[in-house]
Write a protein that binds this ligand. Structure first.
Ligand code: ADP
Length: 300
């Protein structure tokens, strides 16, 4: 009989604005929520548009590789329509966290729900923009085709993209300012251009939740602004967004809430509540002393 075993520890949610207590590593985390493993098709995922409420909810999530914990009892929730930034140094577990939310990496303990169900929910509902370094650019494919691939999740098996799918792909390319490169090979573009194309691909999918892994790493200031403006516009229409970054400069400007991650949750809350020396030192180490144009929301 399958039964969810509650973890012995208190998976207290980190209250907005609070800096988390140092993690207690003295315990061995062995408990597994069985429903998180083997997505055996037994879940009945509803595909209704999300109602205002919780889009993503993690409780006491531990995850890692080859027995090594990378995420340590991570708990937080994201409301529908929020734009949440996940900030932390390299290797702090940001990508792993996105993969857990996307259902691409199973946690060892704790629970994850996305729109009320364990991931993966209906894949069409999640748009994922990977780190551009993780993509094989030798693959011979045009910019337009990369974006059109975003529609494939919405097509039935073996169904060809329609004129409408093509028009939507072109519209998305236009939105990210990449129409002129539609016929270029994806591998020939600059990092910023590639990033824009991947954002367009995720947008044509019309997801309810968008996960972006370092969307502005190696991207020039113009592309950064273009990407975030576009995301903010979709957010106003109800899309929930979680973006990782190690760039502090965008925190106060774009994010509703910020999750400070260094294997465990250091703090979670609005930039006004959380962006301070204490949180940054706990996240990045004490060498981070300067808060960039800090607490005020700058003009976009
Ligand atoms: P971040 O996105 O914050 O840089 P990651 O989640 O990518 O952090 O990685 C966290 C840690 O997990 C790093 O030490 C990394 O080397 C390790 N790691 C990530 N992916 C794998 C993997 N597929 N196999 C083994 N270790 C991994």
């Amino acid at each position: 009989m399958s039964e969810t075993i509650e973890h012995q520890h208190d998976h207290t949610h980190v209250e907005p604005g609070k800096v988390g207590e140092p993690a207690d590593h003295s315990h061995a985390v062995t408990t597994v929520a069985p429903h998180l493993h083997g997505h055996g098709g037994h879940q009945a995922f509803h595909i209704a548009r999300p109602q205002p409420g919780i889009a993503v909810d993690l409780k006491g999530v531990c995850a890692g590789y080859f027995g090594r914990d990378v995420l340590d009892e991570v708990s937080f929730s994201v409301h529908t329509g929020e734009f949440v930034g996940v900030i932390g140094p390299n290797g702090s577990g940001k990508t792993t966290l996105l993969n857990v939310i996307a259902g691409l990496h199973d946690p060892q303990c704790g629970s994850v729900t996305v729109f009320g169900s364990p991931p993966p929910p209906d894949r069409r509902r999640i748009g994922y923009v990977p780190q551009i370094e993780s993509v094989n650019w030798a693959f011979p494919v045009t910019v337009f085709d990369v974006v059109l691939m975003g529609r494939y999740g919405r097509l039935g098996l073996f169904k060809r993209p329609s004129d409408e799918d093509r028009a939507l792909a072109m519209k998305a390319l236009n939105e990210v300012g990449m129409t002129a490169q539609a016929d270029s090979q994806i591998g020939q573009l600059s990092g910023g251009q590639q990033q824009r194309v991947f954002v367009a691909r995720a947008l044509v999918q019309e997801p309810d939740l968008m996960l972006l892994d370092e969307p502005i790493a190696g991207v020039d200031a113009t592309s950064q602004h273009a990407i975030f403006t576009l995301l903010e516009e979709r957010q106003r229409r109800g899309m929930t967004i979680i973006a990782t970054t190690h760039d502090l400069s965008c925190v106060a400007t774009w994010f509703d809430k910020v999750l400070y991650l260094n294997h465990r949750v250091i703090a979670y809350g609005t930039p006004e509540e959380t962006l301070n020396d204490e949180t940054l030192s706990a996240t990045f180490g004490s060498h981070v002393l300067v808060i960039p144009e800090a607490h005020q929301h700058s003009a976009r």
